[in-house]
Design a protein around this ligand. Structure first.
Ligand code: ADP
Ligand code: MG
Length: 607
């Protein structure tokens, strides 16, 4: 083929590919336009995950009749006039490319009315060509309807994922803007049903509740209040950081719940999200990440948003200053809001009625044992809460008083010495004597560890035993999880499950890992699906580990079960043989060790 200039329509399609990747990118551009138009109420309606239809309705400024068709031309914008403006962008849009790109790969209908005009405008486009323009009645504002996205681009169409997946991308996108603009009311409708709504109260915490649920929102604290905005002579005084971040009691398997905005624009910036993660240094288990919504405001001259066609990346003039401002603001919020638990002695945590018999110890000694994991002394806490508290206590020690304790005297070898069973406490803990002191073993956590290492070893050899159910079990799972489960059936098969789709949101379970044969299969599968939802679908190992951890958790002996001497002995032998006997598969301690030295100190026998 000789060299030639591409026809305009083809150029437009190629350019559109940069802006419009999938239905969610259309939603992004239309929502940004509505925000730029000053809307306070934005409704997003989708059919088939946006593949068939996306309609965004706003109550913003509208477009004058005379300019409406022009808005769909390439490089047509009302937001930028000169190159000087480019250095100082206050709007989300500025490239004048979105409407033209979207129109070139779909059928667009636009109904808009400029507030100062008496009537509105109806425009229709097909593949970028204006088909008709007429006057029509409408309240001030704009409705953009995008139908049959990519219908003339089979190559693109092929890359669209399932309706559920595309829907998920749209949900994430809308939620992000709702978080960034709490004063705007967002309504998201999928196939006729409202799936998300924010009320536009102006309060970010309200949106957090809408987006993550009341439970999660209650575990998030405000980052960087007004004082950050106060002018000071410090060089980074112009950097403002605001938002919410999770306490260590709430975490996530990956960074996907760290949502960042720069000047109201959602951004993906690995360095900034690293700054957030850094703020949790030592507060979260390794491999766990916080949930956070962080907005950074810098003077427009300090940031270049013109790096990426979809405007998802930004470049800062002083990236380090922004990084440290974010990290410090989040850290400060955490430290201000985490109250370290009172420093209990280990014995202080025993049931209150026994405490009277124990003589008080010197206060410096009390601190000495603070850092000892205190799972057993906090029986009312769930495991992760208890673990988080341990983290907080450690943190408080690390940052806190000068009387900072030396680490507790825990034997350093990872394997356990041979232990002698003494008995069971509260039907939950095994008491055992070691060469140097007393071991208090959490029977459930210990059994989880034993099962985990066994399953892992079998899995490594691809020899996880599977067992067929005499009667296959029909399980109904939440509709929004169907696609996820379908995608993971192979992975589950490798772990010993035999599951097949049974229509709608039901699945037939024919076989399970042998260990689970006595389990409540329906309940187990629903938990597993919920675990998968939390996982990183791109990381097969992460998902496998989640499933196996769940199996262990379900099958491990529970707290509250009386164990015979032989059972305790067998469990402790198995634990001794483990590679990492001291933690459960979730990273929490399986045991507390009380060294003889420490016991003697508690009794005042050591000076
Ligand atoms: P940009 O947002 O970069 O300016 P677009 O192609 O997205 O480019 O939009 C072109 C122009 O159309 C905008 O500059 C704006 O004047 C107008 N416009 C688009 N959507 C709306 C809307 N919802 N309300 C009012 N004006 C709009
Ligand atoms: Mg735009």
């Amino acid at each position: 083929m000789p060299i030639h200039i591409l026809p305009d329509a083809l150029v437009a399609c190629i350019a559109a590919g940069e802006v419009v990747e999938r239905p969610a990118s259309v939603v992004k551009e239309l929502v940004e336009n509505a925000i730029d138009a000053g809307a306070t109420d934005i409704r997003i309606e989708c059919a088939e995950g946006g593949k068939r239809l996306i309609r965004v309705t706003d109550n913003g400024s509208g477009i004058p009749f005379a300019e409406a068709a022009l808005a769909f031309e390439h490089h047509a914008t009302s937001k930028l006039a000169s190159t000087d403006d480019l250095a100082e962008i206050h709007t989300l849009g500025f490239r004048g490319e979105a409407l033209a790109s979207i129109a070139s790969v779909s059928q667009v209908t636009c109904i808009t009315r400029y507030a100062d005009e008496n009537s509105g405008t109806l425009l229709r486009f097909d593949g970028g060509r204006l088909i008709s323009q007429e006057r029509i009645g409408r309240a001030p504002g704009t409705t953009m309807m995008v139908e049959h996205l990519f219908v003339r681009m089979p190559a693109r169409l092929k890359f669209l994922k399932s309706t559920q997946t595309e829907r998920g991308h749209i949900d994430g996108m809308v939620m992000r803007y709702a978080l960034a603009y709490p004063h705007i009311r967002f309504t998201l409708v999928h196939d006729g049903r409202v799936s998300f709504q924010s009320l536009g109260t102006g309060n970010l915490r309200d949106v957090l509740v809408d987006a993550y649920g009341a439970d999660a929102a209650a575990q998030m604290v405000e980052v960087g209040q007004a004082q950050v905005a106060a002018a000071s002579a410090a060089p980074e005084s112009s950097i403002q950081v605001y938002g919410y971040a999770s306490l260590p009691t709430l975490d996530h398997a990956n960074r996907s719940k760290i949502t960042l905005f720069v000047n109201g624009r959602p951004v993906q910036d690995a360095k900034l999200s690293y700054a957030v993660v850094q703020a949790y240094h030592t507060l979260l288990m390794t491999g766990r990440y916080p949930v956070a919504v962080i907005m950074v405001h810098v003077p427009p001259t300090e940031v270049d948003v013109n790096v990426h066609p979809a405007k998802a990346e930004v470049r800062f003039r002083d990236a380090d200053a922004v990084f440290s401002a974010v990290q410090r603001a989040v850290r400060r919020a955490l430290l201000d809001n985490m109250t370290p638990p009172e420093a209990p002695t280990i014995l202080g945590g025993w049931p209150a009625d026994r405490q009277g018999t124990i003589a008080p110890t010197a206060s410096s000694d009390r601190t000495t044992v603070t850092a000892e994991p205190t799972t057993a002394t906090q029986p009312s806490l769930t495991g992760s809460e208890a673990w988080a508290r341990v983290g907080i206590a450690r943190q408080a020690n690390a940052l806190g008083s000068q009387t900072a304790p030396s680490p507790p005297a825990t034997p350093t070898v990872s394997n356990l010495p041979a232990l002698r069973i003494l008995g069971q406490l509260a039907e939950s803990y095994i008491l055992a004597e070691g060469p140097e002191g007393l071991y208090l073993i959490d029977q459930h956590a210990a059994h989880e560890r034993v099962l985990w290492e066994r399953l892992l070893a079998q899995h490594e050899l691809s020899a996880l035993p599977s067992q067929h159910l005499l009667d296959p079990v029909l399980v109904t799972i939440p509709a929004e999880s169907v696609y996820l489960l379908e995608e993971q059936l192979d992975m589950l098969c490798d772990l010993g499950f035999e599951i097949e789709p049974f229509g709608g949101n039901t699945f037939l379970v024919r076989a399970v890992p042998a260990l689970m044969i006595q389990d409540d299969i329906a309940a187990a599968l629903r938990e597993i699906v919920a675990d998968l939802e939390m996982g990183d679908a791109a990381l097969r190992r992460d998902l496998e580990a989640r499933v196996l951890r769940r199996v262990c958790k379900r099958m491990a002996i529970k707290a509250g079960r009386v164990l015979s001497f032989a059972e305790m002995q067998a469990l402790v032998r198995d634990l001794e043989a483990c590679e990492s006997p001291r933690t459960c598969p979730h990273g929490r301690p399986t045991m507390i060790y009380l060294g003889l030295k420490q016991i003697e100190r508690e009794f005042g026998r050591l000076g």
